[in-house]
Design a protein around this ligand. Structure first.
Ligand code: GLU
Length: 520
């Protein structure tokens, strides 16, 4: 094991959109591979043709690209030494059958001819006899039609007649199966709990159990990181490796914890009601007609999404929460992944986006905001007869509104008054603060502002305060009123920063309008 090159694969089945739990599996595999200067591979496990969903493969590739989780080998990312990377294509070389035949030859697998009616009847029989978990195993197989119960002749006859059959793993009775999981430590399972898994289906396609093992061996995979739902099948996989005499080639296993609902009550579902997406990108399932909103389209940054995912089940052992991809690679270890379910926190998810939003340069935010703004201004432009805002102005708005926002798509509502002069004024503030002196004071401020040569936050603040003082008014009494005259609302970004950005002419105009319009 020591000298084995670190190679991890992400092996999704194209049976639907890639749920964020799947993205996390890809992420953890990617981080581990990169940390150890290894390879990260995308393998498409498409052997279940009944569950194949059109567009799913493209969706997986696009999602990984958006997240910056880029495989260096695999479907959609360029061939490496182990191409092809789609199991349906790999099957053509007869590779899965070759391994299945080896298991049959060594007596560890067998042919089974049972029809679905016969299997149903067996299940019903066992249920009637109160068997808790009816399964095809070392006991029940003795009453079924397979190459262990039929004579060689009968088997040959059935084969020659083209009777459909599957290949099953011959799981021994009452044997202890031990294996090590990086996250869970030693796991011991009695073989009584393991069924005789189908390895090859009647259509000749391998099942996941056989196919992933063959491919992990052939692709020289060193570590298999996958979801907890695969833990119960792991003992069967151990047996397959053993019977293939390939135990030394077996990747180290790591089963990731489930992602749970916010209240910890059960597994997070695709239809979670938190309002936060469950899919990286918008996903429309052609088969079911269902649509899901994606993180990308909801205005999340991929860095924030990835950072949030990394914290779902892993922690760095410090209080640091914000990690770039490079920092994650540096800090990541599978040992620090915990086995208890990880609770999904919608508020925290938004918080992550906010942290990245605040750190983004205003120029980048302005670029993202521009198309939203253009749409809005198309609607409002005629009404206000305003001028198109300059890039510098838009950047200024981004700088001021980003502190209190989570997403760029909140900027318009947060800063609408930067583009449209107020037509009404916060009634509560007016009621509380407007008195017979107010109109005069606001007019005086407007007059005083006209005289400022270098109109800035500092200058305007000084002039504002001086005007109040000259009139014997405490600034605390008029600050919010002044803000409402400019923006219509009682809260917002730093007041005099806002004044500077709006500019002298606009500020004077708004103050004069307010002084004339607002009545007690
Ligand atoms: N095709 C399996 C899935 O989609 C892969 C599991 C594994 O990584 O081994 O869950």
């Amino acid at each position: 094991m020591e000298n084995k090159r670190v190679r991890l694969r992400f092996a999704p089945s194209p049976t639907g959109g890639l749920h964020m739990g799947g993205v996390r599996t890809a992420l953890f595999s990617y981080l581990f591979a990169k940390k150890h200067s290894g390879d990260f591979i995308l393998r498409i496990e498409d052997t279940d043709q009944n569950r194949y969903v059109k567009g799913a493969e493209e969706y997986i590739i696009e999602s990984l690209k958006w997240c910056g989780i880029e495989p260096n080998e695999g479907v959609g990312f360029g061939d490496g030494p182990h191409a092809p990377y789609r199991q349906s294509e790999r099957k053509q070389s007869g590779i899965y059958k070759k391994y299945a035949d080896q298991l049959i030859a060594s007596g560890h697998a067998y042919y089974a001819f049972d029809t679905s009616e016969e299997l149903d009847a067996m299940r019903k029989r066992l249920e009637a006899a109160k068997v808790a978990a009816p399964q095809y195993n070392s006991v029940t197989r003795q009453n079924m039609r397979n190459s262990l119960t039929l004579s060689e002749d009968e088997v040959k006859k059935l084969m020659d007649a083209g009777t459909p059959y599957v290949v099953r793993l011959k799981v021994p009775r009452n044997e202890e199966i031990r294996f090590h999981d990086i996250i869970r430590g030693w796991v011991v399972v009695n073989s009584t709990q393991v069924d005789d898994k189908v390895l090859l289906k009647s259509d000749g396609m391998p099942t996941y159990h056989l196919a992933h093992i063959v491919d992990d061996i052939e692709m020289e995979i060193s570590h298999a990181v996958r979801g907890e739902e695969w833990l119960p099948s792991a003992p069967a996989h151990i047996l397959i490796y053993r019977y293939l005499e390939c135990e030394y080639k077996m990747p180290l296993l790591a089963h990731l914890p489930l992602i749970l609902k916010t209240d910890g009550n059960g597994k997070l579902s695709k239809r979670d009601k938190s309002g936060i997406p469950m899919f990286p990108l918008n996903w429309h399932d052609e088969r079911t007609g269902e649509s899901y909103v994606g993180y990308r389209e909801s205005g999340f940054f991929p860095e924030a999404f990835v950072n949030m995912l990394a914290m779902l089940g892993w922690n760095p052992g410090t209080t640091q929460e914000i990690f770039s991809m490079a920092e994650l690679i540096e800090a990541f270890s599978l040992e620090r992944v915990h086995k208890a379910g990880a609770k999904f926190d919608p508020e925290k998810t938004k918080w992550f986006n906010q942290q990245y939003l605040r750190k983004k340069p205003d120029s980048e935010l302005a670029e993202l905001f521009q198309p939203i703004l253009e749409e809005k201004l198309k609607v409002f432009f005629a009404a206000i007869n305003n001028q198109q805002p300059t890039t510098k102005y838009i950047e200024g708005v981004c700088r001021l509104v980003k502190e209190k926002s989570h997403f760029v798509n909140e900027f318009w509502n947060a800063g609408i008054y930067f583009f449209i002069a107020p037509t009404s004024y916060d009634a509560d503030v007016i009621k509380k603060r407007w008195n017979e002196q107010s109109a005069g004071f606001i007019k005086a401020v407007a007059e005083a502002f006209k005289t400022i040569a270098n109109f800035s936050a500092t200058e305007s603040e000084a002039v504002f305060k001086a005007t109040a003082e000259a009139k014997g008014i405490a600034t605390g009494q008029v600050m919010q009123l002044f803000r409402v005259c400019l923006s219509g609302v009682g809260g917002g970004p730093m007041l005099f920063e806002m004044v500077e950005l709006l500019g002298k002419d606009e500020v004077v105009k708004r103050l004069e309008t307010a002084a004339a319009k607002i009545k007690m």
